[in-house]
Design a protein around this ligand. Structure first.
Ligand code: PHE
Length: 347
């Protein structure tokens, strides 16, 4: 290799190194002047081609052309890079005020549901889950509902496939009318002790009015172990009521009937609006019904294969809409589902 070729390749290397550090147009121009300008390094080397001996000329000329092209390409690439980053910077105007995003907030039903779940979790309950689309066995039969129970008729419950199946067929699918089938699912999936709560949506063919909807929410509770008593149920619901409605809240049980509990009760909490003296919210009684509950009927234990001699348990079902209406003084349940942001904004 001739001295000139070595110098050419060395210069090419220098160009690449110099361009690698260039970040803006003026640095690029400086570089261009140094290597390509009238008094630049490359033109100086090129002018020496004339002095190269004739027989070496073709080879040196070829190297010279290759170096020239590669240097030109390197400058073009560097110029393109600078242009691109300049455009990027201009597109990003950091002086613009930020766009405001309304992130929204939780629906009052979700707020009450989350609070209820948190209270029961603090007492050692674990959250269980079941599908909205349930079969008749889990929703009725396993829960000891007699075949002629009025809630089983297609007038009261949403059935699927009634053209193919009878509504008393245990495999017919329905929209669950209560969260109680999750009791069955949980007990079939594990041996006692069981201590679960299940928050979820339920469906009934009710005509919507101020206190009824076709769909509503419950939170189901189930505790099965050795020696569980009605006093445990009362203690659990008393703690829940004090946490949910305030430390002075009292509860009372009234006898009731559910096929899957025996004895069965309805649980009232003292009215949080008047404190028990009687007002419009509690219709003058001083009490507000918050749950259905009772001791698990041995017939239900038999249906899931539990030993009725060994275990006992309690179950309860709380109405979430009811609790939300009391907590937030809402007098019409339909307000919760109209999705009017002016209403929902308040919680
Ligand atoms: N499932 C009952 C209802 O929807 C409530 C309930 C749950 C009652 C658990 C007793 C035990 O009315």
């Amino acid at each position: 290799m001739t001295e000139l070729e070595t110098q050419l390749l060395e210069t090419q290397k220098q160009v690449q190194e110099a361009l690698a550090t260039v970040t803006n147009e003026s640095e690029l121009e400086e570089c261009r002047a140094k290597f390509l300008g009238r008094k630049g390094l490359l033109p100086a080397l090129m002018s020496q081609l004339g002095k190269v001996p004739k027989e070496e000329k073709p080879a040196v000329g070829k190297t010279l052309n290759a170096v020239k092209n590669s240097v030109q390409e390197a400058f073009d690439a560097c110029a393109a890079k600078i242009k691109e980053s300049k455009e990027e910077q201009e597109a990003l105007d950091i002086s613009l005020p930020a766009r405001h995003h309304a992130i929204g907030h939780k629906h009052p039903i979700s707020l009450v549901m989350d609070r209820a779940v948190a209270i029961f979790r603090s007492m050692g309950f674990i959250v269980a889950d079941g599908p909205d689309l349930e079969n008749v066995w889990n929703n009725f039969d396993a829960l000891n509902a007699p075949q002629d129970h009025p809630s089983r008729t297609p007038e009261d419950t949403f059935y699927f496939d009634l053209d193919k199946r009878h509504w008393l067929d245990p495999e017919t699918m329905i929209l669950r009318t209560q969260t109680s089938p999750v009791q069955i699912r949980s007990m079939k999936a594990q041996q006692p002790p069981v201590r679960i709560v299940c928050p979820g949506r339920c469906y009934r063919r009710d005509t919507p009015d101020a206190t009824h909807g076709m769909s509503f929410h419950q939170i189901e509770g189930l505790y099965v172990d050795e020696n569980v008593s009605l006093a445990d149920l009362k203690g659990t619901l008393a703690v829940f009521s004090r946490e949910m409605f305030g430390p002075n809240t009292k509860i009372r049980f009234r006898p009731h009937f559910f096929p899957f509990t025996e004895p069965s009760v309805e649980c009232d909490a003292s009215c949080i609006v008047c404190g028990g003296t009687g007002c419009r919210v509690c219709k003058g009684s001083g009490w507000i019904e918050i749950a259905g509950a009772g001791m698990v009927n041995p017939a239900v234990f038999k249906n899931v294969g539990y030993d009725t001699e060994k275990v006992s348990g309690f179950a309860f079902g709380l109405g979430i809409e009811r609790i939300a209406m009391i907590r937030y003084s809402i007098n019409d349940l339909r307000l919760l589902y109209d999705n009017d942001v002016r209403f929902l904004h308040q919680f």
